[in-house]
Design a protein around this ligand. Sequence first.
Ligand SMILES: Nc1ncnc2c1ncn2[C@@H]1O[C@H](COP(=O)(O)OP(=O)(O)OP(=O)(O)O)[C@@H](O)[C@H]1O
Length: 362
Amino acid sequence: MSQTLDPTVDPSTAAVGDARDAGVSVRNLWKIFGPRADKVLGTPDAELSRKELKAKTGCVVGVKDVSFDVAPGEVFVVMGLSGSGKSTLVRCLTRLIEPTSGTVLIDGRDVTAASESELRDLRRNHASMVFQHFGLLPHRQVIDNVAYGLEIRGVPKRERRAKAAEVVDLVGLTGYEKSYPDQLSGGMQQRVGLARALAGDPSLLLFDEPFSALDPLIRRDMQNEVIRLHHELGKTMVFITHDLQEALKLGDRILIMRDGEVVQIGTPDEVVGAPADDYVKDFTSEVPRSHVLTLKWVMRDPRPGDSTEGPVMPCDTVVRKAAQAALASEHPVRVVDDAGNVIGIVDDDAILRVVVAEEESH
Ligand SMILES: Nc1ncnc2c1ncn2[C@@H]1O[C@H](COP(=O)(O)OP(=O)(O)OP(=O)(O)O)[C@@H](O)[C@H]1O
């Protein structure tokens, strides 16, 4: 998909000035719920575990010192178990929940310093949210649900209907413009929610577990829909899920949260190939590695006597995709970087080790 940021740069130490080019930039974000929450920060209590802090002060840490950047056009997934702080984090981005401290920039604009009217402008025109519960207006037809945000903005009827028709078409709902929400299946209602979010042409889409309540097959369709829309529109997306498969499928990078904190930020292959700790390892243990790991993870250094006749493949080729051609060739695969330089060699047994280990774990 899009270009990812350099994972070796620790976002918590990168200068905020660098963040102006990011689609979203978050620095040292905290949200503490409870009485006198703002008194906790800057004291040793802030270092307590979530459980200890709750016992001592009655406050709950929703988000704890979180920093990250999302590149323009990137799909950034926030993943974690229930209660890990995902919803709080994404709501802090547009201040639907007021952060206790920290900064958030969206398209270079400082959200944390924005006035009420600037916030309204941000939510209407720049950052749209898609929720699990669609929040559709039951007495309005699809077309008017989709156009609702434009209506609030004061866009004339003819213009907003034309724009709504365009996005209804984009999400595959042509023919249902005059239907009412309760005449649609869950998946179709979610498409209306998507269309509504897209109607204002925001640069950023925020998804809060939008597909969790859908049947698995419909859910897969909707994930594919998001991928297709991303290819077509290239918008920056922050997508929350507790489902690792969904995270791996959609994310250019994944942020894994636990108890309000960041445990790891990485590309899907980094999260599966080099989990930051046992928590991430547990999460990823069921993942079919050949579907996620790229040749970069299984190649060895080139040696002088290596055959130069094997197939050439880019280092970001997923092992499963490489397997057939690799195993069919008598010569090992030559792995190349973007410039076409051979940076590694993949022998058959390296491929088989991944594939066989996967078979054994199932
Ligand atoms: N308004 C609130 N007041 C007090 N505590 C809250 C509030 N909202 C959330 N919390 C707490 O903050 C923590 C993070 O909650 P959050 O809803 O962000 O997690 P989540 O990862 O999105 O979970 P889920 O997947 O279940 O929605 C939880 O411990 C939750 O109980």
